[in-house]
Design a protein around this ligand. Structure first.
Ligand code: NAP
Length: 283
């Protein structure tokens, strides 16, 4: 497994396993299979409702804690944000059954972002979150957070796939030492990604699947990726991407697929802000 180094000095696998939309009662099995397949980075969130199952799978695996990199995420908190963020973090730790997480992300760029961030800085200073970061932050919001706080985010996890490549976001993150992590690396299969002729053609040249081409393309862009699958064969396929490389021409062919637009939602769209802000989690 290839690793990247965060601005904390910590090492993070460049490829991990995401558990969004895996129902809680199927998550323990899926994570168990992923760990058996060799994944060591797990990406969950309070909002996914499956932190407990992730924790159970970790304990059942017998894999030493120090060999794992566990990420979870903070949902938007009511005021007072600092106190509620602390409580939400402790709830996540309890659900996971862990004494620390490797990365704690602010899931959405909404609410009292600065209050939430100060509480995240505090749990980081106490060693309870070895690194802290954000998700779904646009370049302007990210830069504001970087420039006006004591601790800069280690990671920004954003929608990134061949149809929405985030090159400007990537350049800004690189400039400020924020690691780019892709969510939805397969665009969840939208735009017929898994049968796209350009991606399939590159795959045929290497004897690899479209999924493997996409993951390889992300890795060669130095982007951390966390594909989700409930299928053990696909889990094995998705981690088997370290024995080939896209040529410069193939990287350019994938670069040409960028539409510059989201296939999911724009976090700066007022309707989206309102919709996500209405959601609150228990605990
Ligand atoms: P994704 O990884 O782009 O796509 C997952 C889909 O691809 C599933 O339907 C899966 O089906 C299928 N798939 C996986 N491997 C395949 C393969 N080799 N061949 C064919 N199909 C394959 O989508 P995602 O789950 O939205 O994103 C990945 C992770 O990013 C999430 O799990 C989550 O951890 C994180 N995320 C974060 C945010 C955020 O706001 N921060 C938002 C979304 C996601 P099967 O399961 O049936 O194999």
């Amino acid at each position: 497994m290839q690793h990247v180094t965060l601005n904390t000095g910590a090492r993070m696998p460049i490829l991990g396993f995401g558990v969004y939309q895996i129902p809680a009662d199927r998550t323990e099995q899926a994570v168990g299979s992923a760990l058996a397949a060799g994944y060591r980075l797990l990406d969950t969130a309070a909002a996914y409702g499956n932190e407990e199952a992730v924790g159970l799978a970790i304990r059942r695996s017998g894999i030493p804690r120090e060999d794992l990199f566990v990420t979870t995420k903070l949902w938007i908190q009511d005021a007072p944000a600092e106190r509620n963020t602390r409580r939400a973090f402790e709830t996540s730790l309890t659900r996971l059954g862990l004494d620390h997480v490797d990365l704690y992300l602010m899931h959405q760029p909404y609410g009292d972002v600065y209050g939430q961030w100060r509480a995240m800085e505090a749990v980081h200073r106490e060693g309870l979150a070895r690194a802290i970061g954000v998700a779904n932050f646009s370049p302007d919001r990210l830069l504001d957070l970087v420039l006006n706080n004591e601790i800069a985010p280690a990671v920004n996890q954003i929608e990134t796939h061949p149809f929405f490549q985030r090159t400007a976001d990537h350049a800004l993150m690189r400039e400020h030492g924020v690691r780019h992590q892709a969510w939805g690396g397969f665009a969840e299969g939208r735009n017929d990604l898994f049968t796209h002729p350009v991606l399939a053609g590159i795959g045929a040249a290497h004897g690899k699947s479209v999924a493997q081409v996409v993951l390889r393309w992300l890795i060669q862009r130095d982007i951390v990726t966390i594909p989700k699958s409930v299928n053990p064969d696909r889990m094995a396929q998705n981690i088997d991407v370290f024995d080939f490389a896209l040529t410069d021409d193939q990287m350019a062919a994938v670069a040409a697929l960028d539409t510059g637009a989201t296939l999911f939602f724009d976090h700066r769209d007022p309707e989206m802000v309102a919709w996500l802000s209405r959601r609150r989690l228990d605990g």
